[in-house]
Structures are given as C-alpha cells and as structure tokens.
Design a protein. Sequence first.
Length: 133
Amino acid sequence: MDTPDIFIPWEIDEKTLADLFNGHSLRHVTAGYYTTSCTSLNGLNCMLGFHFNPRQDGTLAGLEFFRADNIDRQKSFDDFQHHFETAFGPAQNITKGDEGFDQFEWMIDDVQIIHYMFDRFGLEEHMIIKKSK
C-alpha cells in the first residue's frame, strides 16, 4: 500500500500539491522543490522529491526517488531497480554507468524514467521520473 495514499497528477502546481498533503508530512526545501517520506511501488521505502518548473509558480516537472541515509549503495540500487522493474517492466535501454553500476532507462509515452549512480562528491544514486515536453 502506498503511504501516504495520494495521487499526484502531472501539471499540478505547488499550492495544489501542498493542499493534497494536508495532514501529511511535506517539506518545502526551496523554491520549486518539496520532499516527503513515502512508501510507493509495492513497498519501496524512500524519500520522494517534487521538482517544479519554472521554480517559481511552476508545475510538476519531475519526481526524484532517493534515500537520506547512507545504506549500502549496491543494496539500495538493487532495491530501487527491483521495485521499478516490477512496476514498469524491464528497462528499454541499459548503458554502462559509473563505478560498475549500469544506467537504466524506460520511456513510457511521454514519461522518462532513469536510474543510475553518479560520482559527484562520492557516489549518489539517482532515480528520476520526468515528463518530456
């Protein structure tokens, strides 16, 4: 079961998102960016970030799934990959990524899903869903 059990449509604005989360935890991090702790995709426990474009008075442009704690990177990567493959099927495009982790990509209509590790100031896992324009 998804927790919180809230349906978030594409093209939602920030005020409407905040209204939907009334009574649930939603953190306003900066202009155009909010986060919440959630369980989604049949048991995936993680943080979920909402990115708005433009950052001021924009609409939902992307979702970012991440973990705030530093658990084992391989375990986290495998867990995200399992939940996304269960929900969306096998990735349509797999390429070589950083530090021995492959990069996975799905395209579903006008929605792109990307899962990869990126070495910026240490390894960071990125699981992003964004709507193409």
